[in-house]
Design a protein around this ligand. Structure first.
Ligand SMILES: Cc1cc2nc3c(=O)[nH]c(=O)nc-3n(C[C@H](O)[C@H](O)[C@H](O)COP(=O)(O)O)c2cc1C
Length: 212
């Protein structure tokens, strides 16, 4: 791959177009991603809002292949347990195709997580013993949008929460700084595009919620 100009890459994608096409990209090439590009998407994360501007986020980018295999083995096991009932339900002929596709992609990620060149964990300092998850999701979304802008594939996952205690210790995180999201990041195998969504008109209400 030709050398990337980290400063200029991703700077010209219109914001709303980026938002509309930042779908979950779970099929990733195993090729490495320059650390400066990971730094750039994390920097976008740091521009997220947070209560009192406390900026509780901590990023841990795991790139070492053996360490990624450690995460992937646990994620895969947890995901298979989680998805099994849904896979059964998806055998029904009237199960929506989009749901089936989404499940297949999530399963692909679970089975290939070790190949994703970057496992980006977002953790956050707790406040009054409560994890500041509400501040970490805007941060994670900024990182996802920045990945979209620079052409990296990424998705937001939370399956690691089922082995979080072991993981957080393994990552060396202090006890008051739990992980809340894992973003597997890499160069996409597929293309960006508009994800299937209900029309905004089905969920936007004016002045008062109306069931019609
Ligand atoms: C809170 C949250 C948790 C999620 N957890 C997972 C996960 O553990 N594994 C996964 O593959 N995707 C996970 N996702 C991604 C969603 O499945 C994905 O955003 C959704 O299917 C829409 O995908 P699309 O934008 O490609 O249509 C999660 C998303 C959110 C917001």
């Amino acid at each position: 791959m030709p050398e990337l100009d980290i400063e200029s890459i991703g700077e010209d994608l219109p914001l709303l177009e980026g938002i509309r096409t930042a779908r979950a990209i779970r099929r990733l090439k195993p090729d490495p991603v320059p650390p400066e590009l990971i730094r750039k998407v994390c920097e976008a994360g740091t521009f997220a809002p947070s209560g009192g501007n406390r900026q509780p986020w901590v990023f841990v980018a795991v790139t070492d292949p053996e360490r990624r295999a450690w995460v992937a083995e646990r994620y895969r096991k947890a995901f298979h347990v989680y998805i099994e009932p849904a896979l059964k339900a998806a055998e029904a002929p009237d199960f929506p195709d989009a749901g089936r596709r989404n499940m297949r992609a999530a399963l692909h990620l679970a089975d290939h997580l070790h190949e994703a060149p970057v496992h980006l964990f977002i953790a956050g300092r707790s406040r009054r013993n409560e994890p500041q998850v509400q501040a970490l999701y805007p941060c994670a979304q900024n990182v996802l949008l920045a990945c979209r802008a620079v052409g990296l594939g990424a998705s937001l996952t939370t399956m690691h929460m089922s082995f979080r205690a072991e993981l957080d210790t393994w990552l060396g995180l202090p006890e008051n700084t739990p992980t809340c999201a894992l973003l597997p990041i890499g160069w996409p195998l597929g293309k960006f595009g508009k994800p299937p969504r209900r029309s905004v008109d089905t969920c936007l209400h004016w002045d008062r919620y109306s069931a019609d």
